[in-house]
Structures are given as structure tokens and as C-alpha cells.
Design a protein around this ligand. Sequence first.
Ligand code: RET
Length: 232
Amino acid sequence: MTETAWFWTGTTGMALGAVLLFLVSKSRTGDEEAHKVVHVLVTVVAACSYLAMAFGQGGSERGGSTLWWARYVDWSVTTPLLLLGLAMSALHGAHRRPALVAALLGADVLMVVTGLFSALSEDPARRLPWFLVSTGAFLAVLATLLGPLRREARRRDRHRRDAYRRNTLVLVVLWCVYPVVVGLGPHGLGVVGSTTETGWITVVDLLAKVGYGLLWSRDSSRIAVDDLSGRS
Ligand code: RET
């Protein structure tokens, strides 16, 4: 498959995913309605980013291969939204702990921005330190999800608690693939080429945005029933 074919796969998959996520979660209310907006928006933003790359936009020549920075623009919007959705669910009905949410989203944006600095560095002596800073921010995100937020989620009703555990597990596993693929790619160690990198990222992106959104939607219908019956 060519790199452009992968970009079209991403565009179509994300656009269909947005419609699907909208349809399956149409009747949500309250927090779960906000959660629906998050998932639909994430797939719409990603579809636009893939369309730009399919059009040959959002990339610059770096060291003999194209650096697709449109991806980082996508991630700077979609990753904070996905984390916000998870945090809202863990903190449902509780004192919202704005400092915790700000730390989570702040570390995440730092991860994406410094990851872009790493990819933009032509000189390995600059690329590596930025990669390490980005990885440090990523570890801070994971520590917040698996530490304080998990403790908050444990205090919620059964469905929210289970949903948090499942969604966090899936999110952590999928997100760990990104640094590995980008690290091996043409703007990292250069072990794999641009098309391979794009192929892997497209597949993981579809799982982390559409697949993960559908997983939420299934949990969310149970949560909504609980909320209606006053059990939350
Ligand atoms: C980079 C490179 C530097 C080190 C690290 C990275 C992590 C990226 C991640 C991206 C996740 C993207 C998602 C997008 C769609 O929803 C920037 C690749 C740690 C974790 C989930």
C-alpha cells in the first residue's frame, strides 16, 4: 500500500467512525453527552488531518523524507480531549479537582509539542533530548491515569469504575505504540520507512479513536441507565 492510500484509509475510517459514534450515542444526556461530543470531535479532527495529508498538505521535507506535522496538530487537540473524557468519567459527581485535570492535560500537550520538536530536529544530538522530554511527559500522563485518577474512579458506581479500568487499560496499551513507531521511524532511529510508519500509525489511530470510542459508547449506555435509575 502507498503512503497516500494509508492517508485515504485514515480519512475514510475516521469520517465513518464519526458518523457511527454519533449514531450509537445519540440519546446520551449530562456528562455522557459531553463524552459523546469528545468522541465525535476527536474523529472529525483526525479525519481532517488525514484528508490534509492525503492532499499532500501538512508535511515538510526533513532529512530526505516528509515529516507529517499535521499528525502533531491532530494529536495536540485529540489527545487532551480523550484524556478529558476519561477524567470526567473518573471524577463524575465528585469535587472536580481542576488541578489534577490541568496537570493531566498540560503534561499531555507538553508531550505532543516536545515530540514535534524531536521530529523537527535534524541533528540527533537535539532529537534525543526532546524525545526524552516528551517521554517524561508521557510517563507523567500515565502516572496520573494509574494513580490519583484511578483512586478517584474507584469511588464511583460500579459501571463507571469498571469502565474506567477497561478504558484506561486499552488507552495505555494503544498509546504506548506511538513512541515506539515514531522512535523507529524516519525521524527517529530510521529503522522503518515513512510508509511503514504511516501504516502503523493509521491502524493504531483508528483503534485509539474509533475503536476506543465504540468501547466507551457500550459502557456509556450502562452508565446512562444507572444514572436514570438514580444509582450513581
Ligand atoms: C511521540 C514522540 C516522542 C515520545 C512520545 C510520543 C508519544 C505520542 C503519543 C501519541 C498519542 C496519540 C494518540 C492519538 C490519537 O488519538 C510524540 C510520538 C512519548 C502517546 C492517542
